[in-house]
Design a binder for this molecule. Structure first.
Ligand SMILES: [Zn+2]
Ligand SMILES: [Zn+2]
Length: 393
């Protein structure tokens, strides 16, 4: 499959994409989207498994005799954002929109499945993974805990995310770390409430909280090796309701990002020590709840080479960025990459109106990127599961 050689399929992908965009569903609520996906896959003769990881769908396509299996993954969920666009396919659901392009990811992978099911020019098995709840609700882990890789063992796995600012028809592929791991945390501080004019009878949790908040700023600057990268942001402070009351409790909340599990563990350990130490010094108690929602996204070097070679075949080396900037945001495909070697590829979404980024109320997936994404998956399978070759691996 080359780019744009199947206008019928391209029109079909655009129709699916706009239909899904108009009917966005939040994480683990993707009933309609999952139904659309499963119905299409069944129609093309795939072996379809619904309800994997609650609302996830897996379709298996086998051709030839080889057992060599490759997994391809797309995410299906939308975000709790009120759409600002006014075009015809705008969200029909108040307060929910596809602002991260998962509508496009789903349509591209569906397009690849339809094409591969029709042509079957490969020898082996393709596992199409349509994942729910990527946006912080743990959809990848839900599928893994539901036995995804025991039921559908994959030798390698590939996923794709659109990248605004990268031109349409371009790809970006990194070897090794690509996106940060992410954690959310809460630190609950308990002191002793008192009259605001009688501090000597209190254990002031506000004072403990601000000292903890200040010392937490030394973790990245003083404990993480300067050549490594991490972010520790305190994004919420909650305490008190009155001018003349020293409250009983205070809470600090925020997020941590890092590109390695070691750095994430170091940050967590230092946070615990600072919270405990300041609490001890002030007479309060502090508890740290640190939730590592996302692992760092780390591409397997060999599979990154495979992905880059496929992209280069499709669009030429000058349109494949092999050294794109690291991304401080997180992605739960990381948990699948922790289990199976693979690669996460970025596909150009173009500038959009006003250079619109993901998670913005004016964002829209670029339909012109659909043929490139589908072609990537098709070419990847035809190359890695080449008929007459895969069986001998
Ligand atoms: Zn997102
Ligand atoms: Zn996304």
């Amino acid at each position: 499959m080359s780019i744009d050689d199947d206008p019928t399929l391209n029109a079909q992908m655009t129709a699916w994409r706009r239909d899904i965009h108009a009917h966005p569903e939040l994480g683990f609520q993707e009933q309609r989207t999952a139904g659309l996906v499963a119905e299409q896959l069944e129609r093309w003769g795939l072996d379809v498994h619904r309800g994997v990881g609650r609302t996830g769908v897996v379709g298996v396509l086998h051709a030839g005799t080889s057992d060599h299996t490759i997994g391809l993954r797309a995410d299906m969920d939308a975000l709790p954002i009120a759409e600002a666009n006014t075009f015809g396919h705008r969200s029909r659901v108040a307060g929910v929109m596809h602002a991260c392009g998962h509508d496009g990811h789903t349509a591209m992978l569906l397009g690849a499945a339809r094409r591969l099911a029709a042509t079957r020019r490969f020898d082996g098995r393709v596992v199409f993974i349509f994942q729910p709840a990527e946006e912080g609700l743990g959809g990848a882990q839900a599928m893994i805990e539901d036995g995804l890789f025991e039921r559908f063992p994959c030798r390698s796995i590939f996923g794709m995310h659109n990248r605004p600012s990268l031109p349409v028809g371009h790809f970006a592929v990194r070897s090794g770390p690509m996106m940060a791991g992410g954690a959310f945390f809460d630190i609950d501080i308990t002191g002793r409430g008192a009259h605001g004019a009688r501090p000597e009878t209190s254990v002031d949790p506000v004072m403990a909280a601000v000292h903890i908040a200040t010392l937490l700023q030394t973790v990245v600057s003083r404990n993480v090796r300067p050549v490594e990268t991490a972010v520790l942001s305190i994004t919420q402070i909650h305490a008190g309701d009155a001018y003349n009351v020293i409250p009983q409790t205070a809470r600090l909340s925020g997020t941590v990002r890092a590109f390695s599990t070691d750095v994430m563990d170091l940050v967590r350990t230092r946070m615990q020590q600072i919270a405990d130490g300041v609490a001890a010094a002030t007479g309060a108690t502090a508890t740290l709840d640190f939730r590592a929602n996302f692992a760092p996204t780390i591409n397997d070097p060999a599979q990154a080479e495979v992905a880059a070679a496929v992209c280069t075949e499709l669009v030429g080396a000058d349109r494949v960025d092999r050294d794109p900037p690291l991304i401080m945001a997180s992605e739960d495909f990381s948990f699948m990459l922790n289990r199976v070697p693979g690669c996460y590829v970025n596909i150009g979404n173009g500038e959009g109106e006003g250079g619109c980024e993901v998670h913005n109320p004016g964002y829209d997936f670029n339909d012109r990127a659909l043929p490139y994404g589908a072609a990537f998956f098709v070419r990847l399978i035809e190359r890695q599961l080449a008929a007459g070759r895969a069986a001998h691996h």
